[in-house]
Design a protein around this ligand. Structure first.
Ligand code: SF4
Ligand code: SF4
Length: 344
């Protein structure tokens, strides 16, 4: 989630707005241009001085669509924090010259590329988006940005994972992340959700490539099968805070503007200090980790709960919409969603 080498990372979902409509998108509404205001953003950055030099992660929606995006970068730079931008690459080229002047703080730019070939990527993200993304990545590299390529695997593209290390090398991306597409309504409507077995196959492929490729080695992002791992991610290891487009501290960036309910909202920073909301988060994390210890040791967790993000989303009630898919392998069976209630 972050490549900060020390301290804490703070992820900001700067805006819910996005200019694409990717099949797998987790977000419930990307058409609305709702964003975190600059005064609140600056106040949170000031309060974050308590953490030394936190790594700031800018996501969305498409974060570059924030109406004051360059003021956001100015605010981060003025405080001396390093930051990382996660973008779909469609706006980067026209912004590149200005972004260049923020290279002191903008340390890494991560581009989402969901196909090793144009037709696959464009089928998921929209016509013309592959060319825009790879041109943007090449330009970012040319300008001296550290770049990363992020690939979200679904039924359309997962057979292209073998081609990614070479593609990343050719584009000059130094980092290659492969992520599972977490369940979303768009993914299910399109029949693109992969089964638990297929997730395991992807993890095997990524492991093999990481050990054997002569190009950029891939790494698997959060969500992989890791039964018994009680704190498998930066959130549960107390290394990252996630703030949504309304200025609320949320349990995980994957839950924001996604799925059902709002049990994942920890505190509203319009009303609470960062320190106060963070202390609330610590209590929720403690509870979640305790449940994981109990579930794995007393056998109440099943095979599916070994996919930790799946378990977490179920635990916070984000996946209630999936109960409509009774024959889905994530839903049916003894430990499927259909046979479990949300843990409270
Ligand atoms: S996955 Fe990202 S780029 Fe695609 S629609 Fe959602 S927010 Fe936009
Ligand atoms: S969903 Fe849960 S396990 Fe997955 S990254 Fe978020 S906090 Fe961690």
């Amino acid at each position: 989630m972050s490549n900060s080498s020390s301290g804490i990372a703070i992820g900001f979902e700067l805006t819910r707005h996005c200019n694409l409509h990717c099949t797998h998108c987790l977000r419930n509404d990307t058409a609305t241009a709702e964003e975190i205001g600059l005064p609140l953003f600056k106040r949170i950055l000031d309060e974050a001085k308590a953490y030394g030099h936190p790594w700031i992660l800018l996501t969305g929606g498409e974060p570059t669509l924030h109406s004051e995006f360059f003021s956001v970068l100015d605010a981060i730079g003025e405080r001396g924090y390093p930051c990382q931008l996660v973008t779909n690459g469609t706006t980067f080229t026209k912004m590149a010259a200005r972004l260049r002047s923020h290279q002191d703080c903008l340390r890494t730019v991560t581009f989402s590329i969901d196909g090793a070939v144009e037709a696959t990527h464009d089928a998921i993200r929209g016509r013309g988006t592959f060319r825009k993304a790879i041109f943007a990545l090449a330009l970012a590299r040319h300008f001296g940005f550290r770049t990363a390529l992020q690939f979200v695997a679904n039924k359309t593209n997962w057979h292209e994972i073998d081609l990614l290390p070479k593609l990343a090398q050719e584009l000059g991306a130094g980092i290659l992340h492969v992520c599972h597409a977490q369940p979303s309504t768009g993914l299910y409507r399109a029949g693109q959700q992969l089964s638990p077995q297929e997730w395991r196959e992807i993890e095997g492929t990524v492991k093999r490539l990481a050990e054997t490729t002569d190009y950029v080695p891939p790494s698997m992002s959060v969500g992989r099968y890791a039964p018994g791992d009680i704190a498998p991610c930066q959130t549960l290891r107390h290394r990252v805070l996630n703030i949504d487009y309304r200025g609320r501290l949320t349990f995980c960036c994957q839950f924001s503007n996604a799925g059902c309910g709002s049990d994942d909202i920890v505190g509203d920073l319009n009303k609470l200090s960062l320190s106060h909301a963070h202390r609330r988060l610590l209590k929720v994390i403690e509870q979640v980790v305790a449940e994981r210890v109990a579930g794995f040791s007393d056998g109440t967790f099943g095979e599916l709960d070994g996919y930790h993000c799946w378990h977490c989303q179920k635990r916070f009630g984000k996946l209630e919409w999936m109960r409509n898919y009774q024959n889905d392998p994530w839903v049916k069976g003894e430990h499927g969603l259909a046979n479990q209630s949300t843990i409270k």
